[in-house]
Design a protein around this ligand. Structure first.
Ligand code: GLA
Length: 727
């Protein structure tokens, strides 16, 4: 059993194939953390919790007595505010008397097969109940009557687990959750680097690392979405860990709104990480009997370096997060109209796109922004989801039919959570957008944000979207989201619930997105947020692909896609070849191939040479489709570590084939270039598709390949496809 309870020692042990996570019910029913790391068979690790000394004037539990245990320095399983633990707290509840002292102690536990759904929230799921095992620990704050359930699910075969928290107001008075983080993990040392993904619009998920220092190091978003600026992902990798060796602990929050991850190193050089909903502008009011469920954090342990951590995330998300008909179904090769014509199109232009796209071998035409209301630029019409017949003569059905008749499927763009002040919807319902009394509403990209906490708002948007999707043969939707939340108040909620708006907004979005996905299961949904501003596991639960970035320059994309690959699989990374960049089509294709692949250009304008290259890429797309989507990623040279070159590969899980890609980012003069490949089977022999040379996996990985003969000009790239030679 992957989860056990030793009732004598009162120790819980959660095992995966490579990791153990151990905690104990200590004196006075404090829950303390003992160990998280490589698998160990036994559980006699009580000594690991002992901490000598105290931080400063540390006060502790009177019954246990001073001089031994204290909550200020011992590793606490779920840290609480105000009762002695002065490090970052995972939980703070304001009670009926107005103070926020919170002190939860162990009561009981349940262990069961499978994994319960989290109400209203995206989460990893199981296909059979043998896929995972769950531990639910009940704790209580005796004074306030808050019951706090700590949920742990172990995905034994993956080296992964999830954690979340449920709080029930089991008292007869109101209480307010001021902070409720989803995980709290303790490490006995500080010899870790914190890797995380920072960025901006056009520069999402850039990998950076910093060594842990005393004090708190945090990443967060308070933009209302997970954001371009920080992804809800942190990896703590041991000082001696590399891409291929050593210990790495990955944390990824399954949530699409404000989040925070705080890592604190204390006086003892011990480390605590907490991750969850950002407590800034969050406070959840609980009436007696009410329950709050916090989203979950996915925790991955790797003792095969950072690369091993990424591969675990990829397999886990491909199998247990991405859902629906499109989970394993081959996705159509698409062309998106945005960069090809922006708002400047009509039905004839779309049909010309489709004709040319068909000739090139594309399978789906996506009509992006600009088809609805009176929208010819970004100043109007969000919220008016009915077709602009001045632009699309004969209406949407006629256009969809013409495109279908040419042999292409049809996709369309929405931005459901937004409203333009210049729209019929806004004129009818000015109170439907987020706002607070007596303050001007900030405007962003000429738009306001709808109050998604309101059911009437969601119903109206759903009805409009459903009418478009029901009335036309649409098989793809791009769901966009192009601004931050400001003045985040709701006209319907009472003052004591206004701090719930940010979270209610996310719950509302999930509800609407869930309705669309459930009612139109045949539709392939692609999320987007000004590129990759909402690229998170929460969105991935609804849409099997997410547009990675508006930056389609392949050289700049390398950094973005490498960062994204830290925890997100290639199967979901929206990547297109576009026309507007200097780099050649060869490299554009090689880079986009490591994502969902598609085109974002005007196909009518392509010259013969470009058409020839694209036709070859279309063949490659089909040839490598399964390998890239289900294979294991090996990063060979990272763009954040080497400014000249970048290289990576996908190796089939059965090691029977592999595709490696090499890009020169910056021109190199007279440089010899050896690369040792990774991930192959040393005992297998592989044939190079292009040269017909045969080498053992051992040679390719130990001696490596001498690639010096290839061009080292800036922007050039090439691939090597290897296939197992069977005797
Ligand atoms: C966002 C998206 C783009 C495009 C435009 C349309 O910026 O990231 O891909 O859809 O909106 O307005």
């Amino acid at each position: 059993m992957p989860i056990s309870f030793d009732s004598e020692k009162r120790i819980f042990k959660l095992d995966t194939k490579n990791s153990s996570y151990i905690m104990q019910v200590f004196e006075e029913n404090y829950l303390i953390h003992l160990y998280y790391g490589a698998y160990i068979p036994d559980n006699s690790v009580e000594d690991l919790a002992f901490r000598r000394g105290n931080a400063s004037f540390s006060a502790t539990n009177e019954t246990i007595g001073e001089g031994f245990f204290n909550v200020d320095s011992w590793p606490m399983e779920y840290s609480c505010n105000g009762a002695g633990d002065m490090r970052v707290s995972a939980l703070a509840i304001r009670n009926r008397w107005g103070n926020s002292v919170t002190d939860v102690r162990y009561v009981d536990y349940k262990i069961f097969k499978g994994k319960p759904a989290l109400e209203g929230l995206p989460a990893l799921y199981t296909m059979t109940e043998d896929d995972a095992t769950t531990l639910e620990i009940e704790t209580v704050d005796k004074v306030t009557g808050a019951k706090v359930f700590l949920l742990y699910t172990v995905f034994e075969n993956y080296g992964a687990m999830t954690r979340s928290v449920r709080v029930e107001n089991a008292s007869d008075a109101v209480m307010d959750l001021q902070r409720v983080y989803s995980t709290c993990v303790e490490f006995p040392t500080m010899d870790y680097n914190m890797h995380h993904l920072y960025g901006a619009w056009n520069k999402e998920r850039t990998l950076v690392k910093r060594h842990l220092e005393h004090g708190i190091q945090s990443i967060a978003s308070k933009r209302g979405s997970s954001s371009h600026n920080h992804n809800p992902f942190v990896c703590l990798a041991k000082d001696d860990a590399t891409e291929d060796f050593g210990e790495a602990f990955g944390f990824n929050f399954v949530y699409s709104g404000n989040f925070a991850a705080d890592v604190e190193v204390d006086f003892n050089d011990t480390t605590r990480l907490i991750m969850g909903i950002n407590p800034i502008d969050f406070c959840w009011h609980l009436e007696p009997g009410e329950v709050f469920t916090a989203p979950e954090v996915v925790m991955v342990y790797s003792n095969e370096g950072i690369g091993g951590m990424s591969r675990t995330f990829h397999r886990l998300y491909n199998n247990h997060l991405i859902r629906g008909e499109w989970k394993n179904k081959k996705r159509p090769l698409l062309i998106n109209s945005w960069e090809g014509c922006f708002f400047d199109f009509d039905d004839e232009k779309m049909v010309a796109f489709a004709k040319n796209a068909k000739e090139l071998g594309f399978e789906l035409l996506v009509m992006d922004d600009g088809w609805f209301g009176k929208r010819n630029d970004d100043t109007c019409s969000l919220g008016d989801w009915y077709v602009n017949e001045d632009k699309l003569k004969g209406g949407l059905s006629s256009l969809v039919k013409r495109v279908n008749d040419l042999g292409l499927e049809f996709g369309i763009w929405f931005e459901p959570e937004m409203i333009s002040p210049d729209s019929d919807l806004y004129h009818a319902h000015p109170d439907w957008c987020l706002q607070v009394p007596d303050r001007e509403k900030s405007i962003g990209r000429h738009q306001y944000v709808l109050d998604m906490s309101r059911k009437d708002v969601r119903d109206c948007i759903y009805d409009q979207m459903a009418a478009v999707l029901k009335g036309n043969n649409i098989t793809y939707v791009k769901w966009d989201f192009n601004r931050n939340l400001t003045q985040a108040g709701s006209a319907l909620l009472p003052p004591e619930r206004q701090h719930e708006v940010f979270h209610r907004f996310v719950l509302g979005t999930y509800e609407l997105m869930g309705r669309i996905v459930n009612d139109f299961p045949h539709i392939l949904l692609e999320n987007c947020s000004g590129g990759g501003g909402r690229f998170d596991p929460g969105m991935l639960y609804f849409s099997p692909q997410i547009w990675c970035s508006d930056n389609t320059d392949p050289m700049e994309r390398l950094t973005i896609q490498f960062g994204t690959s830290m925890c997100y699989p290639a199967s979901c990374v929206g990547a297109h070849v576009s026309a507007n960049r200097r780099t050649g089509y060869e490299t554009k294709g090689n880079v986009a191939m490591s994502g969902t692949f598609g085109y974002e250009l005007d196909p009518v304008k392509l010259n013969d040479e470009e058409r020839r290259i694209i036709k070859r890429q279309v063949k490659e797309y089909h040839k490598y489709y399964d390998l890239i989507r289900t294979g294991d990623l090996y990063r060979l040279i990272l763009p954040t570590e080497n400014k000249h070159r970048c290289a990576w590969g996908y190796v089939a899980q059965d090691k029977s084939e592999a595709l490696f890609t090499f890009v020169t980012n910056l021109r190199l003069m007279n440089t010899t270039f050896y690369v040792r490949l990774k991930g192959l089977d040393p005992d297998k022999y592989y044939i190079d598709d292009e040269t017909d040379e045969i080498h053992s996996g051992a040679l390719l990985m130990n001696a490596g390949l001498n690639l010096s003969k290839h061009s080292a000009d800036c922007g050039t790239s090439y691939t090597i496809y290897l296939k197992e030679v069977k005797n």
